[in-house]
Structures are given as structure tokens and as C-alpha cells.
Design a binder for this molecule. Structure first.
Ligand SMILES: Cc1cc2nc3c(=O)[nH]c(=O)nc-3n(C[C@H](O)[C@H](O)[C@H](O)COP(=O)(O)O)c2cc1C
Length: 208
């Protein structure tokens, strides 16, 4: 069976995004796939430096980021993976800055302005998003990134957890305490379904 790399681009261990990704990882593992978990916030790295080390004509590095920082081993591991599942909370209408930096590095390394990309397109991609906003908002973000990943890789699908519980104590933060009851209810009733859908996404990415 193949290898699936699960990339957590959220900062909070054990929270919404991390739980969704654990469920996705479980789904992938259930198919017999080897699953590797990566937490981007534990790594020391930045986005693409535009060094063109991956794009040099005749270079053995075409298709491979050469920048030697904390993300390089992750990109190397993805080189021989069958799929990745990338999860991020939504921050100001987008994925987190760490997620964006990861995507820059993942995508630019295979870009060839003069011809076909430096990859065979076999890498399967699944995405997980979590956010305070309702479902309609999730669709916009998911579609935007689906188009981006689809340029070079094989986009399988995405799952979002919306209207998430944002903190354990709304009343201790300026978080609109009026929302707490509804968010807790959603956490109990709806979030378990989101976790099931994430698990199914993990299976799909592994089996597709
Ligand atoms: C810096 C910051 C910006 C955020 N911006 C948005 C946003 O634009 N839209 C939204 O729906 N939720 C936003 N949120 C809420 C988070 O996306 C949401 O609570 C998410 O589920 C958190 O994921 P986590 O529990 O894994 O940390 C923001 C949260 C933070 C901390």
C-alpha cells in the first residue's frame, strides 16, 4: 500500500484542524496506507525564496526544492508519497501563512514556464479546512485551492468543519459569548459528522 503525508498547517494541537486531520489519517491508515504526520508549526521554514534552484536548466534538482530548511525533509518525503492531506484553519479568508508558505514551496518546485511540469501528476491531494464561518464560505476557499493543486497534482476532494468551537471559554475572551451555546451544540452534534467525513476523505485519498 502507498504512503500518505498528512500536513497540519494549524497552530493548535488537539483542536479542530488537528482532530479533523487525525480522523483523515485514521481513514487512510485503515486502507493499509502508511501515514506520516507533519505539523508545520513545529518546523523552522519560510515560503519560496525564488532562488530558482529547482528551475535551473539541465539541473538534477528540477522538480525538487533545494532550500535547506525545516521544510526540505517534508518535501523530500512527499516526493515518494502517493498522496497528501493538507489541513488548515481559515485565517482572514485564507489558509494560514504557514500553509501558504508550504503550498508555495510544494507548487513552485515543479513549475516549468517553458513546458510540462517537473512532476508526473500522480500525487493525490485532499484538503481539510476549519472555520468560524458557515458552509457557503468554506466552498469558496476550497474551490480556489482545488484549482491551484489541480494545476500539477490530482485533486481528490476536501472536507470542511464550519462554525467551529473557537475556545473553551467564550466569556473570558472578546469572542461573542452569545455564540457559545450554539457552538457547543454544534460541536456535540455536527462535529462528529465532520470527523466521519474527514475519515472518509482519508480513505478516498488513499484508495483513489
Ligand atoms: C488569526 C485568526 C483569523 C481567523 N479568521 C477567520 C476567518 O477569516 N474566517 C473564519 O471563518 N474563521 C476565522 N478564524 C477562526 C478559525 O478559523 C476557526 O476557529 C478554526 O476552526 C480554528 O482552528 P483550530 O481550532 O484548529 O485552531 C480565525 C481565527 C484566527 C486565530
Amino acid at each position: 500500500m502507498g504512503k500518505i503525508v498528512v500536513v497540519d498547517a494549524g497552530p493548535r494541537e488537539g483542536w479542530n484542524t488537528a482532530q479533523m486531520l487525525e480522523a483523515a489519517a485514521r481513514g487512510a491508515a485503515e486502507t493499509g496506507a502508511r501515514v506520516e504526520m507533519v505539523r508545520l508549526y513545529d518546523l523552522d521554514f519560510k515560503g519560496c525564496r525564488s532562488c530558482f534552484g529547482c528551475m535551473r536548466k539541465g539541473s538534477e534538482h528540477n522538480g525538487h526544492c533545494v532550500w535547506p530548511d525545516g521544510l526540505k525533509p517534508v518535501l523530500q518525503s512527499i516526493d515518494d508519497a502517493d498522496g497528501i492531506i493538507v489541513g488548515s484553519p481559515v485565517y482572514f479568508g485564507d489558509v494560514t501563512s504557514e500553509c501558504r508558505a508550504f503550498i508555495e514551496r510544494l507548487m513552485f518546485q515543479v513549475l516549468n514556464y517553458e513546458g510540462p511540469a517537473f512532476c508526473d501528476g500522480h500525487l493525490k491531494v485532499g484538503c481539510v479546512y476549519t472555520m468560524n464561518a458557515p458552509e457557503a464560505y468554506a466552498v469558496q476557499i476550497a474551490q480556489r485551492y482545488a484549482r491551484l493543486y489541480d494545476m500539477f497534482y490530482r485533486y481528490i476532494g476536501d472536507v470542511s468543519a464550519t462554525e467551529t468551537l473557537q475556545a473553551n471559554h467564550y466569556d473570558r475572551n472578546y469572542l461573542d459569548a452569545g455564540l457559545e451555546v450554539a457552538r457547543r451544540e454544534r460541536r456535540e452534534r455536527h462535529f462528529p459528522l465532520d470527523l466521519l467525513r474527514a475519515r472518509e476523505l482519508g480513505r478516498m485519498v488513499a484508495l483513489a
